[in-house]
Design a protein around this ligand. Structure first.
Ligand code: HEM
Length: 427
């Protein structure tokens, strides 16, 4: 542990907009620290004193509910379009515990994940066939993951309707939070909220039959901390929060395609391991390790904000009640203090690791505990989707690109991805 603290006195909002994923390392440098320093940095950010933290100590502070809260911490420009108004992400205390447990029961329990796998495998098998006409990994896996999620959730839509909503969900991720496209994300959010609220109302009125014990049936019956049914709009938003983020795994799938193109030795290994298991797409250990390494080093969620509720300190840096603490997600996943050859892409590091979620500094989908904190309940589903897509991309008939347009992406643009979506074709 160190007591060195970085400090910047000028407002850093513009730097956040300009620097994207490089913001945290630039902030450390600007404060006189090295880019990969583990020391906290204090700065004014978007009009509020903020302490930027990373690593194990940072995770401990950020997830300590006796010292921080989420309510009001996420800028509205992100919270509204991305998660939806009143979603679990912004709740605290008992309201959060009760809502979160109902969602984790759906997404985190092994039986629910097992129930998802056949839908996913079917969609990806069909996708490899569709790749004969040429497509891109991002758009095509977004549709495949969307269809698999909606079917898993028991949503009784036609394939065309599933594709329409999966497309709007993936467009949300490409457009929210940017002045030029913000309106598109608002319109998609309004349309999605209306469609999902109508579905919940139809289930509640008996007009639509939700399969017994399905995710849809449980979300239609979502209750608050007083045991009261939550309103249809909020229940619809949480049903989206159990399906939309799986569509978002398409971003990691696009990054995985670039990583495979750059590490062809892993294509051979993953293909052989799948063939040894009869050609399955599911649970291939080499593909799971590859997926974990993609989640560790490729840029997706950059940082998370929370508000400090009591005077405290981190590594000798005072943090005052009412100030903001920002957890550097990417900087924690690649923190040289805890990761060997932190900047090197090496899936080998995850081979034989039984429970990657237990690594305190591996937080691509948040840290600490799923049931008691805000950690994402969808990690098992995300890793299932991503690793199966990795196996599909390693099939002998699949051709990955070598064009730089497909293999590069901006580090200053949030959310980033290769702009082509990574073109793909199967023979
Ligand atoms: C690309 C894949 C995904 C990424 C990068 C991701 C990332 C995250 C992150 C960073 C958080 C916030 C953690 C925190 O605030 O401490 C979160 C929360 C959440 N995620 Fe995910 N997630 C993904 C996939 C999923 C999936 C597949 C599901 C559901 C099946 C899901 C459902 C949720 C829910 C419901 C929350 C709110 C948890 C809470 O506030 O208590 N996510 N996710």
């Amino acid at each position: 542990m160190t007591s060195q603290i970085g400090q910047t006195r000028s407002e850093q909002g513009l730097s956040l907009l300009r620097s994207g994923y490089l913001f945290a390392s630039r902030a450390r440098r600007r404060a006189g620290l090295s880019a990969d320093s583990g020391c906290p940095v204090r700065m004014p950010l978007l009009g509020k004193q903020t302490v930027l933290v990373r690593g194990e100590e940072g995770v401990k502070l950020f997830y300590d509910t006796s010292r921080v809260q989420r309510d009001g911490a996420m800028p509205g420009v992100v919270q509204g379009p991305l998660f939806g108004a009143g979603a679990v992400h912004g709740l605290d205390g008992e309201a959060h515990r009760v809502r979160k447990n109902q969602l984790a029961d759906m997404a985190y329990e092994d039986e629910r994940v097992a129930a998802y796998k056949p839908f996913l495998a079917q969609e990806l098998e069909d996708l490899v066939t569709r790749w004969k006409d040429g497509d891109n990994v991002y758009d095509s896996t977004a549709i495949a993951f969307g269809r698999a999620s909606f079917r898993w959730a028991g949503i009784p839509w036609s394939t065309q309707e599933m594709d329409r909503w999966a497309h709007r969900m993936s467009r949300l991720l490409d457009t929210f939070g940017r002045p030029a496209t913000h309106l598109v994300s608002r319109l998609d959010r309004i349309a999605l909220d209306r469609r999902f609220a109508a579905l919940i109302k139809d289930v509640r009125s008996g007009k639509v039959a939700a399969p017994e014990d399905s995710v849809l049936a449980h979300m239609a019956g979502l209750v608050d901390e007083n045991g009261e049914l939550v309103d249809a709009k909020t229940a619809g938003i949480e049903l989206q929060n159990l399906t939309r983020p799986n569509v978002a795994v398409a971003r990691f799938a696009a990054f995985a395609a670039t990583a495979l193109a750059e590490h062809p030795e892993w294509i051979k290994r993953i293909r052989a391991a799948s063939e040894q298991r009869g050609g399955t797409l599911l649970d291939v250990p080499e593909a799971v390790a590859f997926a974990q390494e993609v989640r560790r080093v490729y840029p997706f969620v950059p940082m998370l904000p929370a508000e400090v509720t009591t005077d405290t300190e981190i590594q000798g840096c005072p943090v005052h009640k009412g100030e903001r603490v920002v957890l550097d997600i990417l900087g924690t996943n690649t923190d040289p203090a805890t990761w060997d050859r932190a900047a090197t892409f090496d899936p080998e590091r995850f081979l034989g690791v039984e429970d990657a979620e237990a690594i305190p500094t591996f937080i691509p989908q948040g840290g600490a505990d799923v049931r008691t904190g805000h950690r994402c309940p969808g990690e098992k589903i995300a890793v299932t989707s991503l690793s199966a897509a990795v196996v599909a991309l390693c099939r002998p008939e699949v051709q990955l690109p070598s064009d730089q347009d497909d293999l590069t992406f901006s580090w200053t643009h949030m959310l980033t991805r290769p702009s082509t979506g990574v073109r793909v074709r199967s023979a």
